[in-house]
Write a protein that binds this ligand. Structure first.
Ligand code: AQP
Length: 350
C-alpha cells in the first residue's frame, strides 16, 4: 500500500482551510493507503517559542483528526516530539539542503515579516524538518493545501541530493532501489514524494479578502470559519463575508477576477463534494442573498457533528493522550528503522 504522511501544527484554532485543504483528505486516503498523521509540535516553536497551552493545542488537533474520522488503530496518529528521529534526520537534511534553496521559500518570507533578522533559525529551517517528517517514514504521498507545494518540491530536491551524494554508500550499505529520474538512473534510498493538492478548494481564502489565504494567524476572526464555531458564528461570518454586487455566473469562467465569489463557490463545492461547475449549475444567476444562506446551512451541516465530537473527545484528555502514546510508539519503531539505515549509509560508528 502507498504510504501517506501529513501533519498539522498545534498553533491556534483549526479553520475551514485546514479542514478542506488537509484533514478531509487525510480521512479519504485511509481507505487505500497506509497513513501516518502527525501533530507537528516541533514546528509550532518556529514562529512562537512559548505557548500558553501547548498540551491543550496538541490534544485539540488530535481531537479534530479523530472527530473528522481518522482511525488511529488502522493508521498512526501521534505528536512529532514523541519521535526524536524527526529532529535527527532534520539535522542531516540541514547539511544536505543549500542556503540558496531555503532563500527561495516564500512561506519564510511571509512569516518572517519585515524584520527578517529577528526570525528564528527554526523558521528558516522549517522546510528541512518538514522533509524529515515525511522521509523518516519514506512516505510517498503527502496531502496538503496548495501553500505547501513549494516545501514539497524542496523535499524532493533534498531527497534527490541525498540519493546522488550518497549513491555509492547506499549501495555499499545494501540499501535502496534502482529508479530512473528523468533519463538518469539513480540508486535511491529516499523516494520522490508526490503532493496531493487537488480538489475544488486547494487554497481556501480569507472571508474578508479573497486574495489572502484563510489563516489561523489572521488577526480578524471574521476572516475564517473555525472548526469549533457554532451555527450562529458560522452564519454571522458567512453573512458578513466580502462579496461583489453581481449575481453568480453560470460558468466557472465568470469567476475570473472575482476572488471572493470564486472562494465562496469553491468552499460550497468542497463541502458538498461537488465541482464548482455543478454548484454554478444550481446557483448561476442567483444573488449572494440566496447563495449565502445555502452555504451557511451546508457549512453547519458538515461542521457541527465534527465540533460536537471534538468537544466530547476533549472532555477526556487521558484518552487522547493514550492514543498519542500508542501512535508515538509505532511511529518511533518505523522511524528508527530508517535512521538506523541512514546512520549506516553516512558511516556513523554505532
Ligand atoms: N487556507 C488554506 N487553504 C487550504 N489549505 C490550507 N492549509 C492551511 N491553510 C489553508 C493546510 O492545512 C494544513 C495544516 O496547516 P498548518 O497548521 O500545519 O500550517 P499553516 O499552513 O501555517 O496553517 P495556517 O492555518 O495558515 O496557520 P498560519 O496562520 O500560522 O499560517 C497544511 O496542509 C496546509 O497546507
Amino acid at each position: 500500500k502507498p504510504l501517506v504522511f501529513s501533519g498539522v501544527q498545534p498553533t491556534g484554532n483549526l479553520h475551514l482551510g485546514n479542514y478542506l485543504g488537509a484533514i478531509r483528505k487525510f480521512v479519504a486516503l485511509q481507505e487505500n493507503n497506509d497513513c501516518i498523521y502527525c501533530v507537528v509540535d516541533l514546528h509550532a516553536l518556529t514562529a512562537q517559542l512559548v505557548h500558553e497551552d501547548m498540551p491543550g493545542q496538541i490534544r485539540s488537533i488530535t481531537a479534530a483528526f479523530l472527530a473528522s474520522g481518522i482511525d488511529p488503530k488502522s493508521h498512526i496518529v501521534f505528536n512529532q516530539s514523541a519521535v526524536p528521529q524527526h529532529a535527527e534526520l532534520a539535522w542531516i537534511f540541514n547539511c544536505v539542503a543549500r542556503i540558496g534553496w531555503m532563500n527561495r521559500m516564500t512561506q519564510f518570507k511571509d512569516k518572517a515579516g519585515k524584520d527578517r533578522e529577528q526570525a528564528s533559525l527554526g523558521l528558516y529551517a522549517y522546510p528541512s524538518l518538514m522533509a524529515a517528517d515525511i522521509l523518516v517514514y519514506r512516505a510517498t504521498h503527502v496531502p496538503v493545501g496548495e501553500d505547501q507545494k513549494q516545501h514539497l518540491e524542496l523535499t524532493r530536491d533534498i531527497a534527490m541530493k541525498f540519493n546522488l551524494d550518497f549513491m555509492d554508500h547506499i549501495r555499499r550499505a545494501g540499501q535502496g532501489i534502482d529508479i530512473t529520474v528523468g533519463d538518469e538512473p539513480v540508486h535511491a534510498y529516499f523516494p520522490m514524494v508526490e503532493p496531493l493538492i487537488d480538489g475544488p478548494a486547494p487554497r481556501v481564502m480569507s472571508l474578508k479578502d479573497g486574495t489572502k489565504k484563510m489563516s489561523k494567524s489572521d488577526p480578524s476572526d471574521l476572516s475564517r470559519i473555525n472548526l469549533m464555531d457554532d451555527a450562529e458564528a458560522i452564519s454571522k461570518k458567512i453573512r458578513k463575508a466580502k462579496t461583489d454586487p453581481d449575481a453568480l455566473p453560470s460558468e466557472t469562467e465568470g469567476l475570473k477576477g472575482r476572488p471572493e465569489a470564486d472562494n465562496l463557490v469553491g468552499i460550497f463545492a468542497a463541502l458538498a463534494d461537488k465541482s464548482k461547475e455543478d454548484v454554478l449549475k444550481d446557483f448561476g444567476g442567483q444573488q449572494f442573498s440566496v447563495f449565502k444562506p445555502a452555504l451557511v446551512d451546508l457549512a453547519v451541516e458538515v461542521l457541527s457533528p465534527i465540533s460536537a465530537e471534538m468537544r466530547r473527545l476533549m472532555a477526556d484528555p487521558a484518552h487522547i493522550d493514550s492514543i498519542l502514546r500508542d501512535g508515538g510508539e509505532r511511529a518511533r519503531a518505523r522511524a528508527e528503522k530508517t535512521m538506523n539505515e541512514v546512520r549506516d549509509i553516512i558511516g556513523f560508528v554505532k
